[in-house]
Write a protein that binds this ligand. Sequence first.
Ligand code: FES
Length: 167
Amino acid sequence: MNLQPATLQKIDEVITHYPVKRSATLPLLHLIQEDAGHISDAAIEWVAAKLELQPINVYEVVTFYPMFRRQPIGRRHVKVCRTLSCALLGGYKTCATFEAEFNTHRGEVSPDGEVTVEFVECLASCGTAPVVMIDDTLHEKVDCARAKALAAQIKAEAKQNNVASSG
Ligand code: FES
């Protein structure tokens, strides 16, 4: 399992916050998903060993909570808020626009492997709804036109990356 040194450090620190190691299961899984994008079988085994549990104990947690992803995501991650303010101001249409632009469905990886579009809960910017987080950048007031423009930008960047990596 390839985790960033900073993630490994946080994991070791988080474990010390709990009197019983197994209580750190959820926070550890969140940290791993943040870093790796999903929870692989290897990650489940790794967490189990780290917390002195059986892999099945960790597997049950991963499959119980819908926020844990078992499959890798695309290189770019588009998270559309679906909580009240954003939903009322068109978040669902915004999400549908991204899905159409990338020819994908929520939670899946686009056919070119580039993008995963997902719904998330409140991104704490309700006054500028609908809000979208692309990788680590927050975009405000993303109506369909803005979603199309952002999608075009992502596609252009993907093209540039492909040219750079093939040249
Ligand atoms: S409801 Fe979307 S950011 Fe709060």
